[in-house]
Design a protein around this ligand. Structure first.
Ligand code: XMP
Length: 513
């Protein structure tokens, strides 16, 4: 059995990232829920254990916990954020609400003599996200890092192999986080790093062929990166047993429907069965007057499935539905257990309880966006499509705050097209993770041609991110913003104000709803 690290899930948002970073160090890693952790650890004898973060307070009686036996197995344990607080709490330290919450990038001073911080700069930027803090470490531990507000940013008991980090080494905003995790895996746990990932495409094609057999498959294709990669992967695995259904729900970006049809339709480079369903009115009717974001998402998710079921009936005897769900969609829709629902991504939490397919296949479910793009390149999908910015399943409905109307869709489509055109003309899109226009529900007073106006505000957003779990607002050149603003207010009727969103994620999300 190859060396492995077990990641014990206490409900944090970044759990899969921890496992991914460990795998990037060439050590196999898997996540187990905290309720099953002791069993899994005893059975699998890992070289190390990592406790994840989580939304609870370690000192409350009903919070997720683990038996103290875990510290007596002779296996090194690293606690991260909630995991760190839990370790301290269980071993007699003092954890309580922090007088100053720490959120975001924070300068941390570390003890570079610690095995955890070998090769790390003494002052290093780390990603903090906590309401509680470790006021005093447990007896036997020494403090190995601190910040201005946090006396115990890291603590350790090297002889027992116990380490705690209050910050998140797994997110890329922690500048030297990967180094720290690699230190834990190699210096503390003594791993040799002999594990290599099988090519994702190779292994998926093999597994998909096994699963599908001679069955028929329907793929929900939106033209976005995720569903395109899922579709081409399935096409490679099962060829013409696959039919791709593209639903134009009337919530797409300007001209997008025709662009998708041009790539995947009969005149495009792929040999797919492709069906385009024009279902705009049907979605507008269902969404009429609905302004609650979660309800909008659920309605769109459900309607999607209904459309697919109808198409499946037309094709006949379809067993499987393929979706391009990726890992962040799963996390934010709630992982089950301790995780909190941030929003129901339409291809996961938005699904109705009853779905009329034998099985839903989500081949990209464990991947992050950059891994999906890498898989797309491995599949030979053109770079233009692979590097496309993401577009959410519920489309412009989550970029129109409040109730959706066809008129509002048109406004946001036009404003967004202008924004994208100008950003691309200026070459400013290169480092951006995502950039788009959203229609706020705010109307305000303006003046145009000596006339009073009372019209809507468009919000522009541009973010820097690689994994879409955290993001920073991008500083677009002012000339670009001012050209976009003047074009939008001049060319799009009923918009008299343009705002720029400077918020990161957290505390905002990337989309507005
Ligand atoms: P948020 O807004 O949650 O977005 O910070 C993170 C990333 O996910 C995309 N997103 C979605 N993708 N279905 C999708 O396929 C959805 O329901 C959905 N909601 C958000 C969003 O565009 C961003 O890239």
């Amino acid at each position: 059995m190859s060396e492995r690290i077990i990641v014990v899930d206490f409900g944090g948002q970044y759990n899969q990232l921890i496992a991914r970073r460990v795998r990037e160090c060439h050590v196999y890693s898997e996540i187990v829920p905290y309720t099953k952790a002791m069993e899994a650890i005893r059975e699998k004898r890992p070289k190390g254990i990592i406790f994840t973060g989580g939304p609870n307070s370690a000192y409350l009686p009903d919070s997720p916990a683990i038996s103290e036996d875990v510290f007596h197995l002779g296996i090194p344990v690293l606690g991260i954020c909630y995991g760190a607080q839990l370790m301290m709490h269980l071993l007699g330290g003092h954890v309580c609400p922090a007088p100053e919450r720490e959120y975001g990038k924070t300068l941390v001073t570390v003890d570079t003599n610690s095995k955890m911080f070998q090769g790390v700069s003494e002052q290093t930027v780390c990603w903090m996200s906590h309401n509680d803090y470790i006021q005093a470490p447990a007896p036997g531990f020494t403090v190995s890092a601190h910040t201005g507000n946090c006396p115990v940013a890291a603590a350790e008991w090297p002889d027992r192999g116990l380490y705690c980090l209050q910050f998140h080494p797994e997110v890329l905003h922690t500048a030297e986080g990967t180094k720290m995790l690699s230190n834990f895996v190699y210096n503390v746990c003594g791993c040799t790093g002999d594990w290599r990932m099988e090519s994702f495409v190779e292994s998926s094609v093999r597994k998909l062929r096994e699963k599908v057999g001679t069955g028929k498959v329907l793929c929900a294709l939106s033209g976005g990166v995720d569903s395109s990669v899922a579709a081409v992967l399935l096409a490679k695995a099962v060829g013409k047993q696959l039919t791709c259904v593209f639903v134009d729900h009337g919530l797409l970006r300007k001209n997008e429907g025709d662009e998708v049809a041009a790539v995947f339709g009969p005149n495009g480079p792929y040999d797919l069965n492709f069906v385009r369903v024009n279902a705009q009115q049907r979605f507008y009717d269902k969404l009429a007057g609905v302004d609650d974001p979660e309800r909008k998402r659920k309605i769109i998710g459900e309607e999607f499935i209904r459309v697919f079921e109808e198409e499946a009936k037309k094709i006949g005897a379809v067993d499987f539905l393929v979706q391009g769900t990726i890992y962040p969609d799963v996390v934010e829709s709630g992982l089950g257990g301790e995780s909190t629902v941030i929003k129901s991504h339409h291809n996961v939490g938005g699904l109705p309880d009853y779905v009329d397919f034998k099985e839903i296949i989500e081949p990209l479910r464990d991947l992050f966006k950059d891994e999906v793009r890498a898989a797309g390149r491995e599949l030979g999908i053109p770079e233009k499509l692979v590097s496309r910015q993401p577009f959410p399943g519920p489309g412009l409905a989550v970029r129109i705050i409040g109730a959706v109307t066809p008129e509002k869709v048109k406004l946001v489509q036009e404003a967004d097209a202008i924004y994208r055109e100008e950003v691309e003309k200026a070459g400013a899109q290169k480092n951006l993770g995502q950039y788009f226009a959203a229609l706020t529900n705010m109307r305000s007073v303006g003046v145009m041609g000596d006339e009073r106006t009372y019209d809507y505000a468009i919000a522009l957003r541009a973010v820097l991110t690689t994994d879409f779990m955290t993001a920073e607002s991008a500083q677009l050149p002012w000339e670009v913003l001012s050209t976009v603003t003047s074009r939008i207010v001049n060319e799009v009727p009923h918009i008299n104000r343009v705002l720029y969103d400077c918020t990161g994620k957290p505390p905002a999300t990337i989309e507005f709803e």
